[in-house]
Design a protein around this ligand. Structure first.
Ligand code: AMP
Length: 461
């Protein structure tokens, strides 16, 4: 009895969909699916607070596919919006998989390449459009998309869409599509701006929430290594790979430059060249898609990515997520570590943090409502000296953080240390040196102040 309750059969989906669900290997609906599918089938507007990895895509696609049912007419009946082209491609792929036993026509619309093929697909007749808001509006304004048959509209990762400035396009879209329709809004987080959007977009919605905290705590083991500087982060990373402690791993970095730097440091001596890739906004779109496919297929073991490049991408069975640095958009921490520990596998998330990142990790710990265990740097790892510039940058950052918390704080670093720093910098500049990698003097002063003095000698312990 119980088993029958907890299957996809309970939703009375048609045979085509049930077969596709079985092919996808889904046996038990995830909590968000349990809560969303029936409500959506009944025609309710839904506000879903769920992050990627919870099964939210199938939670909205299955009832939508059930409604769209089969190919009909030329004009689209369902619109799905997502913030990035990678996510658009991924959702469209999920549509393809779940609709594979139907004749439903679907197309992914996104920028970065010419619209010709996309326009041809629309003209041939389409039932479901998955799009970024920008590209949709472009093509609509060119008169390429008829919207009068739209019955369902979905905004996925609404928080990111707003962060990325898509609100004006979403408003324009809402103005042109038929008023009488069903709306679904999914968001990983629920800040005030998304709440506001939900009032505009949804009618008497049912709010469904699956707790990311619980998922995080249950299936992802988290730990942190406080370190004095970037080079030591690289050293620990190399050590973790060498000892085989980490295998299929995504390494997240805060910026493109750091992503490239980590890539250069690991490729070759630490990880065979063919086993590691880096993706970020400067890489061409095809390169990014190829790299992600190769990683997904297991041909590539290590993927280095910025948060933006990895947004919403479903990559499963990752054994480890490395936060090479602490994300400044705190929710990204949850997004990042959500990539491991999926589908009931225990995953591990390892975060490296410098003294300047302490501030941010405290905020993150508040959001996830837990303290992430801290570990000592392994004995065999060389603790690199902190280059002068990096040390100064960290001190300045810490100063700014203190000022942010306490507006009366004048800034110890500025007043006391700045003249020396400025003089040293001037000297370094006139002598043509960057100041990087050499100053044991400044590193030990940084070390003393922030508790790294005992080990911060550039030596092997
Ligand atoms: P999403 O949160 O939509 O990005 O989905 C995360 C991953 O979970 C995807 O790879 C889905 O294929 C997978 N998935 C979705 N629903 C289920 C399910 N009921 N059982 C097992 N895996 C699922």
């Amino acid at each position: 009895m119980e088993e029958i309750e907890n299957t996809f059969e309970q939703f009375e989906l048609n045979r085509q969909l049930l077969n596709a669900v079985a092919d996808a290997g889904y046996t038990i609906p995830t909590p968000i699916q349990q809560k969303t599918i029936l409500l959506t089938l009944q025609g309710h507007d839904v506000l879903g607070i769920a992050q990627t990895g919870t099964g939210k895509t199938a939670a909205y696609l299955l009832p939508v596919l059930m409604k769209v049912k089969y190919a009909q007419g030329k004009l689209p009946r369902c619109l799905i919006f997502a913030p990035t082209r990678e996510l658009v491609i991924q959702i469209d792929k999920a549509v393809g998989e779940l609709a594979k036993y139907t004749d439903i026509r679907h197309v992914a619309l996104y920028g970065g390449l010419g619209p010709k093929t996309q326009i041809e697909a629309i003209q041939a007749g389409v039932d479901i459009i998955v799009s970024t808001p920008g590209r949709f509006m472009d093509l609509y304004l060119r008169g390429e998309i008829g919207v009068k048959d739209i019955k369902v509209m979905i905004l996925d990762e609404a928080d990111k869409m707003m962060d990325m400035g898509f609100m004006p396009q979403i408003r324009s879209i809402l103005e042109v599509i038929p008023r009488k329709r069903q709306n679904l809004l999914f968001s990983a987080t629920f800040p005030e701006k998304v709440e506001k959007l939900s009032y505009e977009f949804l009618e008497f919605p049912t709010r469904i929430e699956v707790s990311p905290q619980a998922t995080t705590a249950e299936t992802v083991k988290q730990r942190m290594f406080p370190v004095p500087n970037t080079q030591t982060k690289i050293n620990i990373l190399a050590y973790l790979f060498k000892t085989g402690e980490i295998q299929k791993t995504i390494i997240f970095t805060r910026s493109k430059d750091i992503a490239d730097k980590v890539f250069e440091a690991l490729k070759g001596p630490i990880i065979a060249k063919g086993d590691i890739r880096v993706i970020h906004a400067n890489k061409g779109q095809n390169t990014r898609i190829n790299s992600m496919d190769a990683f997904r297929e297991g041909d590539v073991k290590v993927l280095i990515s910025t948060d933006v490049a990895a947004r919403g991408i479903d990559i499963q069975n990752v054994s480890h997520v490395i936060n090479f640095d602490v994300p400044l958009i705190y929710e990204d921490y949850v997004h990042r570590i959500g990539r491991t520990g999926r589908a009931n596998n225990i995953g591990e998330a390892i975060t490296f943090l410098t003294p300047a990142e302490e501030y941010h990790i405290k905020k993150i710990e508040k959001i996830i409502r837990m303290e992430i265990p801290r570990e000592l740097i392994p004995l065999d790892v060389e603790i690199a000296p902190t280059p002068f510039d990096e040390n100064q940058a960290m001190l300045l950052e810490i100063d700014n953080q203190r000022k942010k918390e306490d507006p009366t704080f004048k800034g110890a670093f500025h007043e006391k240390k700045n003249p020396r720093a400025a003089a040293a910098k001037k000297k370094a500049m006139t002598s043509g040196k960057s100041g990087g990698g050499s100053s044991s003097k400044s590193s030990s002063s940084g070390g003393k102040k922030y508790g790294f003095s005992k080990s911060n000698k550039g030596s092997k312990r």
